[in-house]
Design a protein. Structure first.
Ligand code: HEC
Length: 116
């Protein structure tokens, strides 16, 4: 009898553990998908300048260039990219890009800095 109960407890524990790791995985998958989407959007709309620093555009993955900018916070960076900022054209010059898409790109830019 007590053997049965401990077996039951074991099964319940394992189930709840796997439920837990499932939700973690979903969270990571979502983040990865968002970063990939951001990377794709950046390739099409932003890398021409941000890949090599045209006109002083901060280069992707270059902490020295991004450092003072990221202090403004993600939201301010998205706003500036959306509305235009200095030599940075509004929306990177692509009228059809949305604010949500720009947010994905900025998320990707920031993640490239974390990896250093
Ligand atoms: C035509 C070249 C060009 C393109 C295309 C471009 N950028 Fe930029 N970007 C710049 C330049 C130049 C700066 C630096 C502006 C300054 O500080 O005067 C900049 C700055 C930025 C900044 C920092 C703003 C701040 O507040 O410091 C962000 C964020 C940014 N760009 C995002 C993007 C995104 C997202 C895209 C694609 C949708 C994009 N850029 C496409 C040239 C470009």
């Amino acid at each position: 009898m007590s053997k049965k109960i401990s077996l039951l407890i074991l099964v319940v524990t394992m189930l709840s553990l796997s439920a837990c790791s499932d939700s973690d995985k979903t969270g990571n998958d979502k983040e990865t998908a968002q970063l990939l989407a951001g990377e794709q959007l950046a390739k099409k709309n932003c890398k021409a300048c941000h890949g090599q620093g045209i006109n002083g555009a901060p280069i992707i993955g270059n902490m020295k260039m991004w450092g003072p900018r990221i202090e403004k916070g993600r939201e301010a960076l998205v706003m500036n990219a959306f509305s235009g900022y200095g030599l940075m054209p509004a929306k990177g010059g692509n009228e059809s890009i949305t604010k949500e898409e720009i947010d994905l790109v900025v998320g990707y830019f920031l993640s490239e800095l974390e990896e250093q």
